[in-house]
Design a protein around this ligand. Sequence first.
Ligand code: ZN
Length: 889
Amino acid sequence: MRDAQPTTIYLSDYRVPDFLIDKTELSFELEEAHTTVNSRLYLRRNPEALDQSAPLELHGADLSLESIALDGRELAADEWVEEGELLRIASVPDNFTLHCVTRIYPQSNTSLEGLYKSSGMFCTQCEAEGFRKITYYLDRPDVMAEFYVDIIADKSLYPVLLSNGNCVLEEDLEFGRHRTRWHDPFPKPAYLFALVAGRLSRVSDRFRTRSGREVDLHIYVEDKDLDKCEHAMTSLKNAMRWDEDVYGREYDLDIFNIVAVDDFNMGAMENKSLNIFNTSCVLAKPETTTDAGFQRVEGVVAHEYFHNWSGNRVTCRDWFQLSLKEGFTVFRDAEFSADMGSPTVKRVEDVTLLRTAQFAEDAGPMAHPVRPDSFIEISNFYTVTIYEKGAEVVRMIHTLLGAEGFRRGSDLYFERHDGQAVTCEDFVRAMEEANGVDLQQFRRWYSQAGTPRLAVSGEYDEAAQTYTLTVKQSCPATPGQAEKLPFHIPLKVALLGEAGQLRLNLQGHKADPDAADNTERVLAVTEDTQAFVFTDIPERPVPSLLRGFSAPVRLHFDYRRDELLTLMAKDSDGFCRWDASQQLGLAEILSAISAQESGQAAVVAEDFVAACRSLLLDESLDPAMVALMLQLPSEAYLAELISPVDVQAIYRAREAVRKGLAHALRSELEACYGRCDVEEEYAANAEQIARRSLKNTALAYLMLCEDGEVYALARRQFERSGNMTDRLAALVAIVNAAEPYKGEALQRFYQDWQHEPLVINQWFQVQATCRLPGTLGRVKELMSHPAFDIGNPNKVRALIGAFCGQNAVNFHAEDGSGYAYLADQVIELNRRNPQIASRLLTPLTKWQKYLPAAQTAMKAELRRILAEPELSSDVYEVVSKSLQGAEGN
Ligand code: ZN
């Protein structure tokens, strides 16, 4: 464990490093009991350092030091001291080499940070600060070195030995061992270092860059998974081409490797030329992987590949700048996925994630700006705010500058900062300078936390033929930030008239040169209150606001019902059309909650039923959009809109509305199901995914009719479908219904797939997210199932994480059993894997939103965790921050 008193790191304390490393030579001797790491660092004083006589301070954690020598001379015991995570040598020359031998124990490293073993292979995870668990080093991203790496291991156990860059030597050694040497010509920070050793098979391909470089592509997996690599390989080649086409970025080495590992804390890691992936983000085949799984593989493969420029060639100066690479790269992968599939569906999915998880984070105790000012444990800041809100900030710049202006900015950014470790400020400045614009006020998106609120009202003046939109912005206080200054918010709008979108003339402004038909406009909202007057408006319009979700804000406009129905049926902006359906669905749920409170039965409004009916009947619509619009706002989103959150009442009301729709639309749902249920060879393309999504949405509704006929339909789908999307959707339907076939279905599914860990994760997850009573008992039972492994993060997420994070009605059981269960698991995982323990905690930290009794129970569990001895800094930071402001703490 780390220090008893975790310390806070501040951005304002940033100083350039006192020393630089020009070259790093590492040699790893991998053995069964331990690994010996020899490191030779070629160090020199940084001419830009303030203190030219500063001691050398290297980071190191859980290392056992065998020897340390400076310029070939072994240091005496009194020439260095170790304090916490620092090794200090008081007196060093201006130029020197430091030779350290350390011993580490990958076999017993359960944190999955540094060098560890997963399913018999050695692998590394160094971001953010894991390299210090391998050897003493300047483990900060602004220290970049050229790496030479030797790996020595038993040849039969570890025939494949990989590191970054090019393989420059392979040789057999005595006693059945062998050695490879790797050289990475691109100087890089330690967090991008990687090593892999194992018995791996590979799938290979080639890519020819547009300037003619032939790149060897390899995906390394266990032998049994060779049949699941094709989709990742195709995705990789598509991503490489796309980055050339859209950003002019080419790959820069002759080899690009991906390795799949079972035990991994996150999705994947962009180590230079040696990306390491969670198996769940690389393996896919139709029989084992859902459509969502295929899309995740495509997105993550692209994300990590895009990091080669946005992250590796241009990296971060310090970890406060994390969103510089993550926000930008998420924006890039989202645009890529949109281009590969359905742009509107991708946008709606991303907005859904943002408006549930990120808005919740921004409203809770862990709220932080896209560029945080301080942290205790950087691993806690790989958040939806850094990633998803960060991507929205980049998207807003794209909206403000237009595609060409944005490209001019990114070209300048990459050219100017290639090989450097830079800041969010450098990114914004490149965008500004390449376009001659001023983004001064826009920069507040990086420094101010919290989700801005836009209250918009519209007024039509028939006599003057004007329509005035009045926009008020505000932003709630967040920890450490009581007052906010106004943001620069790009508000994309159109005005709908009877016959379509109206031409927009904005008083005091020229026509928007980028808007081809002049019926859509990006309003620059920059003040607390602002009025935008549109002239020559011949009729009272329905405003279409925040088109494409042009800014990460909560927008309120007091629409009449008929206006929402118009938007839902007619708006040309897919996001706004979908959002109108969600607002109507919300109204139904709110009225069902009131009905319940006064002991009445909920009735779904006729006009809403009619709107859903026309969606189901209109075969000209994109089925994926129909599916999205038919789905009511999720419980997680409702919890963001309703305060305080009464989980049980929300669940009951939402179910009542769903049931009402199912009964009212049964024949249309059946017809729609029949239309979408076509026999075809599986492909993960937008068209098929759309059809399956609508079919399974219809199935989920039909199940609510609760009779033998619909149960037989689900059963038929479960038994006959050859792809995992349909099979799993049927299983979910069966498990959540009072279906007698449930036990048999679960058993069959297990028997069919017990040899596929990723499918078994789905099996755990389906049971953990079952809405019916008794689920917690089942989850506890499953923890002693032979297929469960608390050391494997995917399993933990599938069972514990899914129950606590995606099963509100059971997690928030009124007896507090869900909270106690989560606290027990966090305490157990705190020692084993602090990153996973801390992430798992998220649902408990949102206690402020719930009813008083729930709040008390949740806080009591947080306090129980806080009282544990030896809390990791990860768990300590999240628990202590979420209890801040709670009385009695
Ligand atoms: Zn990333």
